[in-house]
Design a protein around this ligand. Structure first.
Ligand code: PRP
Ligand code: URA
Length: 209
C-alpha cells in the first residue's frame, strides 16, 4: 500500500494559505508554488542514499558523506506541474526533466494523454512526478501508467493539495507509489474540483481564463 506523507511544516502551511487565497495574483501564486516545491523537495529527498568519501579539510583528513549519485528525473504533468519543476531543481539541479501532457476532459473528467517525453535511461532513474493537484486521481494514475509502460520502476508522486478520492485512486492502482502532499483536503465538488482547494492550478499559474 502506498504511504502518504503530509508535509505539515509551518513554512509550507503558511505559504499554502496564500496559494489558496483567491486574492493572490499570478506572479505571487507562481512564486509561492515554486517556494513550496523547493521545501517539499527538501523533505522528499530525505531517503537519498549517501556514500562515504575521504577529504582533506584545512585541519585534517576526514571521512564524510556525499550523495551516491542516484539518478533522478522530475516529471511534471502538463501543464500545471511545470510550476513545480524549478523549485525542485533548486535542490536537485542535476535531475533530468521528463514531461507528460494530460488534460482532463471537462465532460468525463477522464485524463487524455497528448504528450510524453522522458529521459532515455528510464529504467535506471528514480522518478518524482509533480502536479499541484490530485483531485479524482485520474491524471496521476494515467501519468504513472505512462511511466511504468516505458520502464520506470521507482516512482514518487508529489502534489500541493490532494483530495481523499485521488489518494485512494493511486493507492488502488499503484500501491508501490508513495504520495507526498502539502495538504489533504476535504472532498471533491460536483465539477471535480478540490474543496476547499485553490481553484484551477493551471489557470492561476499561467494567468489564463
Ligand atoms: C489539473 C491538475 C491535474 C489534474 C488533477 O490539470 O493540474 O493534472 O487537473 O485532476 P484529476 O486528479 O481529477 O485528474 P488540468 O487537467 O486542469 O490541466 P492543466 O494543467 O492543463 O490546467
Ligand atoms: N484541477 C485543478 O486545477 N484544481 C482542482 O481543484 C481539481 C483539478
Amino acid at each position: 500500500m502506498s504511504k502518504v506523507y503530509v508535509f505539515d511544516h509551518p513554512l509550507i502551511q503558511h505559504k499554502l494559505t496564500y496559494i489558496r487565497d483567491k486574492r493572490t495574483g499570478t506572479k505571487e501564486f507562481r512564486e509561492l508554488v515554486d517556494e513550496v516545491a523547493t521545501l517539499m523537495a527538501f523533505e522528499i529527498t530525505r531517503d537519498m542514499p549517501l556514500e562515504e568519501i575521504e577529504i582533506d579539510t584545512p585541519v585534517t583528513t576526514a571521512k564524510t558523506k556525499v550523495l551516491s549519485g542516484k539518478k533522478i528525473a522530475i516529471v511534471p504533468i502538463l501543464r500545471a506541474g511545470i510550476g513545480m519543476v524549478d523549485g525542485v531543481l533548486k535542490l536537485i539541479p542535476a535531475a533530468k526533466v521528463g514531461h507528460i501532457g494530460l488534460y482532463r476532459d471537462p465532460e468525463t473528467l477522464k485524463p487524455v494523454e497528448y504528450y510524453a517525453k522522458l529521459p532515455a535511461d528510464v529504467e535506471e532513474r528514480d522518478f518524482i512526478i509533480v502536479d499541484p493537484m490530485l483531485a479524482t486521481g485520474g491524471s496521476a494514475v494515467e501519468a504513472i501508467n505512462s511511466l511504468k509502460t516505458r520502464g520506470a520502476k521507482n516512482i514518487k508522486f508529489m502534489c500541493l493539495i490532494a483530495a481523499p478520492e485521488g489518494v485512494q485512486a493511486i493507492q488502488e492502482s499503484h500501491p508501490d507509489v508513495d504520495i507526498y502532499i502539502a495538504a489533504l483536503d476535504e472532498k471533491l465538488n460536483d465539477h471535480g474540483y478540490i474543496v476547499p482547494g485553490l481553484g484551477d492550478a493551471g489557470d492561476r499559474l499561467f494567468g489564463t481564463k
